[in-house]
Design a protein. Structure first.
Ligand code: FES
Length: 179
């Protein structure tokens, strides 16, 4: 756990990074999106916390409500800490027809992830394991329907997935990290 001094030092470091990003991005097209992306990428668990959003709003002179709207609109932004690895399963029609629900259920079972009563049936979900090793999420369509069912593992698209291939890919992710 961080002490107050440790927390202050961490905040100062984070603020210095944000200042540097703002200076680099200012005046460019899509500056706000770029700033948010850079800050999220720099955060250990790849998410945007409220403190950082408030700081960005203050330093860029952008209304905080606008920043929250942008973050809520774009699926690439996370408001919760993410796992070390992200696995996204397509739940579009083509992938659903070819068994993506089974892939999703298998991983949820393997990872011990339970959704609440509403989330259990939801086609749009994001779940992170307790140890923050994996975030499992669904997407509406990757635009790669010919490869259905499609799964994205740490930003790498894998097509024609089945349970065995997915288990191998997940194992490889873990081993890759160790090596
Ligand atoms: S429906 Fe899965 S990639 Fe389009």
């Amino acid at each position: 756990m961080l002490t107050t001094t440790g927390r202050a030092a961490q905040d100062a470091g984070e603020h210095a990074f944000i200042d540097e990003v703002i200076a680099r991005r200012a005046g460019r097209p899509g500056a706000l999106l770029g700033i948010l992306e850079d800050v999220q990428e720099h955060t250990p668990h790849k998410y945007l916390c409220s403190d950082d959003l408030r700081y960005i709003a203050a330093r860029t002179g952008t209304p905080l409500s606008q920043i929250f709207s942008v973050v809520a609109f774009y699926a690439l932004f996370n408001r919760e800490p993410q796992g070390e690895h992200t696995i996204a399963i397509c739940r579009g029609t083509a992938c659903h027809t070819r068994g993506s629900r089974n892939l999703l259920e298998k991983l949820r079972l393997d990872f011990g992830l339970t959704a609440d009563a509403d989330g259990a049936q939801a086609d749009k979900l994001t779940l992170t394991t307790r140890d923050r090793k994996f975030t499992l999420r669904t997407v509406a369509c990757f635009g790669q329907c010919a490869l259905a069912p499609v799964v994205e593992l740490d930003h790498r698209i894998c097509g024609h997935m089945n349970e065995q291939a997915l288990a191998r890919e997940v194992k490889a992710l873990v081993e890759e990290k160790r090596s």
